[in-house]
Each structure stands twice: as structure tokens, then as C-alpha cells.
Design a protein around this ligand. Structure first.
Ligand SMILES: [Fe+2]
Length: 402
């Protein structure tokens, strides 16, 4: 229906008009060292007497989940627990959570983890209010038109932004297609940003998730049309915070000041992209997550500089502004030079944090569906600075192969 560049731009222009009247909001941030102690009080304010905690095995084994469960137990909160969310949550997992939620008569969620547990809890919340719809039927934009149960998001990484976004990324376990449910009702009620939960995060996960946050901020800032003054400010603040703090947290996981700054940057980037959209980098990254379980942040980190370089002079001015926000712009340099410096700085971050330059596992036979999925995800919805057709996606996929 919306074909080619003109069709995409018509869709985005019309969508932008509609988006202005939507009731946008942010998850209320509850921040600082020890902020998790406030969770029982937040649940009380929301009238949640029987929360379901959604988390993953890694957080159970590391003891991070135990900190939050201990807070609930100390406050005599009777919770249900689902602790088996996988790195790319599947439809089956969402259905299991929704079923347990119903069977145990829960009335709200505490989503504890990186993007995966938060996304799984959001999708299960949607299933809870639409028990007769499948997860696939809820996929896409604005199909959850009812309030979901209250959701307190507790990120244990600084990157996904899911604690304040409209999106839940779910993978169809049979086709391996990873897709988004996007609706304003999925925005969590509270985002508890506690740096104490992140001090044990391994450097590799710190790096990957931080690069995800950077990709959110950059793609939102490069947005062709949905940006607002607020989303622009949040994107710039996020870029500034990430360049100032990501490597600090990579090199010293116990630096709570830097961890807090990264949590705030991730939250800011999350708001920026939930309002202004992501772009072609994410569209390709999701295909790698679905097909090969590639960590989302690693996929973004590898693809981001390749796509920025491919956009060329069409994004020089905006990349120049990002270069200034990041504090890497040389005084007196041209937009072109500042843009190149920004792309170089992204590559430098990747290199110093051990992120590969490309992937050797992309199979020839998978490429046609990667192109089709990326095209379907990005067009016409994503307000990208350069609309890729199938050839554009194919070009980038070839360039990230090693
Ligand atoms: Fe992302």
C-alpha cells in the first residue's frame, strides 16, 4: 500500500500528525542506590497485592533477583514468580507467564531484568487483558487498546530502555521471526533505576547493552519526522551520558556513579526512541536476534557504524551535532569531519570493548528472509533518514558479514 520512498514518507507524515494527539507518557523514574527498597510502597500505591515477578535464570543464579525478592519478602508481599525468560523471549514463554498470572490470581507485574524479562512481562500483560487474542495478533502498532495490569520495571542492564518504551520484542518460536508489540499501554508505570543491581554485570554485557542504548539515541535523533523538542533533548542527553560513562562502567563495574548515569542515559534514550522511532539498524538487528540469538546490543553495535557510513552526507549535519554532544568534535571542523569523527568514535568504542566488526554465522540461505523481515519492520513505519529498499538491506547485510 505504501510503496517506495514517497509512499513511506506519506505514511510517516500522516502518522506524525496522528502521533501528536496520542497520550504519550513516561514511566515515572524512581532512582538511586537502594531504590529497590521502594518497590513494596510503589506496589501499594498501585493497589497491587499479588504481583508476579518476571525474571530470568541468570539473575536468579547471580543473586540479583534475590535482592528484589528479599525486599518483597521483608515487606510481606506475596508474589508469584516466573524465572525462565530466555534471551529472546518467545510467544510460548509469554503464554506461560500469562497462564501462570491468571492461575495464581495476580494483579500486577514486577519485571526484573534486561529487555527480555521486561518485554515478556509487557506482552503477558497484554495477553492478560486480551485472553482470546494470540500474541501474534497483538503484534504491530496500537493493537493493545486496553490498560494492561500495573507494571513496575526494574532494569538490571543499562541499555534496553524497555522500562519506559511502548515496545515488547517477541520471537515466534517456530518461524524465528522477531517482532514488536507496540502500544502506549505497554509503557510501565514505574521504572526503578537502582545502580546497585548493575555492579555485578560482566563487562561484555555492559558493553553490548550500552551500545544498544547508544543506537536508540542515535536512531531517534536521526529520525526524519517524528521527533519532538523533548525527544531531541533526551537523545542528545543520552549520547552525552553514554560517551561519558559507558567505558567507565565497562572498565570498573563497581563505579556506581557511572552505572547510575548509564541507567539514566538508557532511560532517556528509551524515551527518545519510543517517541521518535528507531531505524534500519534495529530492523536488521532484530533479524539476527531472531535467527541466531545474537545479543541485541552486539547486533546493533556492529551494524550502527556500517549504516551511518552508508547514509553518508545525508546525515552529516545531525551526526555533527551528536559529535558535539558526545564531546568529540574538534573546534572549527566541518560537519563532514565531525560526522566522520562520530562514526570513528563509535567504532573505537566497539573495538576497545571487544565487540566484533562483523559476523561469520550469517548463512546465504537466510539472507532473503532477513531482507524481507527488515523491510517489513522498517517500511513504512520507521522514520529513517534514508529509506532502504531490499537492495539497501542486502548491501548492509553483506557488509556486516565476515
Ligand atoms: Fe534496541
Amino acid at each position: 500500500m505504501f510503496c517506495g520512498v514517497p509512499g513511506c514518507r506519506v505514511f510517516q507524515t500522516v502518522f506524525n500528525v496522528g502521533a501528536k494527539v496520542l497520550p504519550w507518557r513516561r514511566a515515572v523514574p524512581v532512582t538511586g542506590s537502594g531504590a529497590v527498597a521502594k518497590i513494596p510502597g510503589l506496589l501499594g500505591q498501585l493497589g497491587v497485592a499479588r504481583p508476579m515477578v518476571v525474571t530470568d535464570r541468570g539473575l536468579m543464579e547471580s543473586g540479583t533477583a534475590g535482592v528484589v525478592l528479599g525486599v518483597l519478602e521483608d515487606a510481606s508481599v506475596r508474589y508469584a514468580l516466573f524465572d525462565r525468560v530466555e534471551s529472546n523471549p518467545t510467544v510460548n514463554t509469554v503464554n506461560c507467564i500469562a497462564e501462570q498470572y491468571r492461575a495464581q490470581r495476580c494483579d500486577g507485574f514486577v519485571a526484573l531484568g534486561g529487555g527480555s524479562p521486561m518485554d515478556a512481562a509487557k506482552a503477558a500483560g497484554a495477553r492478560a487483558v486480551f485472553p482470546n487474542k494470540t500474541v501474534n495478533q497483538l503484534g504491530g502498532l496500537l493493537r493493545v487498546w486496553k490498560k494492561i495490569p500495573p507494571l513496575v520495571a526494574v532494569p538490571t542492564t543499562a541499555g534496553t530502555g524497555s522500562e519506559t518504551t511502548i515496545a515488547a520484542l517477541i520471537t515466534d518460536g517456530e518461524t524465528r521471526h522477531k517482532y514488536a508489540i507496540m502500544d502506549l499501554h505497554l509503557i510501565p508505570t514505574y521504572a526503578v533505576l537502582d545502580p546497585d543491581l548493575l555492579t555485578g554485570l560482566p563487562p561484555a554485557i555492559t558493553a553490548a547493552t550500552g551500545m544498544d542504548a547508544l543506537t536508540h539515541a542515535v536512531e531517534a535523533y536521526l529520525c526524519w519526522t517524528y521527533n519532538t523538542a523533548e525527544s531531541i533533548r533526551f537523545a542528545l542527553d543520552a549520547v552525552k551520558g553514554i560517551f561519558a560513562n559507558l567505558e567507565k562502567t565497562y572498565n570498573d563495574g563497581n563505579d556506581k556513579g557511572a552505572r547510575m548515569a548509564m541507567l539514566e542515559a538508557s532511560y532517556n534514550a528509551g524515551f527518545a526512541f519510543t517517541r521518535a522511532g528507531v531505524g534500519n539498524v534495529h530492523a536488521i538487528a532484530h533479524t539476527l536476534g531472531g535467527l541466531y540469538d545474537t545479543p541485541h546490543g552486539i547486533a546493533n553495535a556492529v551494524i550502527l557504524p556500517v549504516v551511518l557510513e552508508d547514509y553518508g552526507e545525508r546525515v552529516f549535519k545531525k551526526l555533527s551535532a551528536l559529535s558535539e554532544a558526545a564531546g568529540i568534535a574538534r573546534a572549527g571542523a566541518s560537519d563532514h569531519e565531525k560526522a566522520r569523527a562520530f562514526i570513528g568514535a563509535v567504532r573505537g568504542l566497539n573495538e576497545r570493548m571487544g565487540i566484533p566488526r562483523g559476523f561469520d554465522f550469517i548463512k546465504d540461505e537466510d539472507i532473503p528472509r532477513m531482507i524481507a523481515w527488515a523491510d517489513k519492520e522498517a517500511n513504512p513505519l520507521y522514520p529513517v533518514p534514508v529509506v532502504y529498499g531490499k537492495k539497501g538491506f542486502a548491501r548492509i547485510i553483506q557488509r556486516i558479514r565476515r
